[in-house]
Ligand binder design. Structure first.
Ligand SMILES: CC(C)(COP(=O)(O)OP(=O)(O)OC[C@H]1O[C@@H](n2cnc3c(N)ncnc32)[C@H](O)[C@@H]1OP(=O)(O)O)[C@@H](O)C(=O)NCCC(=O)NCCS
Length: 218
């Protein structure tokens, strides 16, 4: 019992301890969590994420139209299974004579920031792109988005600025056995991490029900 209750007091920033961030690939069943995640972004974060003012209705429309068969969506969950970070990797239409490219968009809730989640989502998207035969990973954002520019430059992306916007490009080498194993290992680790958090959450709910929540007479 102690372990279950103690787990509620585990460090709030576990990834600073250099643990690999478990990044899960999301599917249509996660639509509601994706919507909740994006609706929690404030006005400025929405502007940085989507490049313009983005009211709730636009976010709802965006989430409803996410095509999980065409694009890839990745997420990081906290210990309460709240989607704290997510990335949308959109595959750009193939144009004859041009390299095959994907576009990366990311958001991390303020309480999850500066723990490497954005970096992990970018890394996972880059590896997934390589394994999907994509040659260029691309990020479009506002030029004054310091955190995203920092992430992009740290990942070795080439950045071009024009009219208040910035385009960052990463040329990806072809996939190899280690990129395939890397992605499979991260997906497996993320599945394991999610199952553990799910069990701990369930167990703590059972204990709270058994003991009675403080202030809630049963
Ligand atoms: C951009 C964003 C995804 C970063 O997420 P994150 O989980 O904090 O990212 P990380 O922890 O992996 O790394 C953040 C890095 O940026 C740095 N950083 C943060 N704010 C910064 C700033 N104002 N200026 C310079 N660097 C900054 C951090 O120090 C950290 O650097 P380090 O890894 O070298 O220590 C997050 O800030 C966010 O969701 N912003 C709103 C939406 C957005 O801008 N999306 C990007 C456009 S698609």
């Amino acid at each position: 019992m102690h372990n279950i209750l103690a787990s509620r007091h585990s460090p709030t920033k576990p990834y600073l301890a250099r643990l690999a961030v478990p990044v899960r690939e999301l599917h249509a069943g996660h639509r509601e969590q994706i919507l909740n995640h994006l609706l929690q972004l404030d006005e400025e974060d929405r502007r940085l994420r989507f490049g313009t003012q983005t009211p709730d209705e636009v976010i709802k429309h965006y989430v409803e139209h996410l095509d999980f068969n065409k694009d890839s969506v990745f997420g990081v969950f906290d210990s309460d299974l709240r989607l704290v970070g997510m990335a949308h990797l959109a595959y750009l239409p193939q144009v004859k004579g041009r390299v095959h490219a994907s576009e990366f968009g990311v958001s991390v809730l303020p309480e999850g920031r500066a723990q490497g989640l954005g970096t992990a989502l970018l890394q996972r998207s880059a590896v997934h792109s390589r394994n999907s035969n994509i040659q260029t990973l691309y990020v479009h954002c506002l030029a004054n988005n310091k955190a995203m520019m920092h992430l992009a430059q740290k990942a070795g992306m080439k950045v071009e600025y024009a009219y208040g916007d910035a385009d960052a490009y990463l040329t990806l080498p072809p996939a190899n056995p280690s990129t395939i194993v890397e992605e499979a290992a991260n997906e497996q680790w993320a599945g394991f991490d999610y199952a553990v958090k799910e069990n701990l959450k369930l167990a703590s709910q059972v204990w709270w029900w058994f003991l009675g929540r403080p202030g809630h007479a049963r």
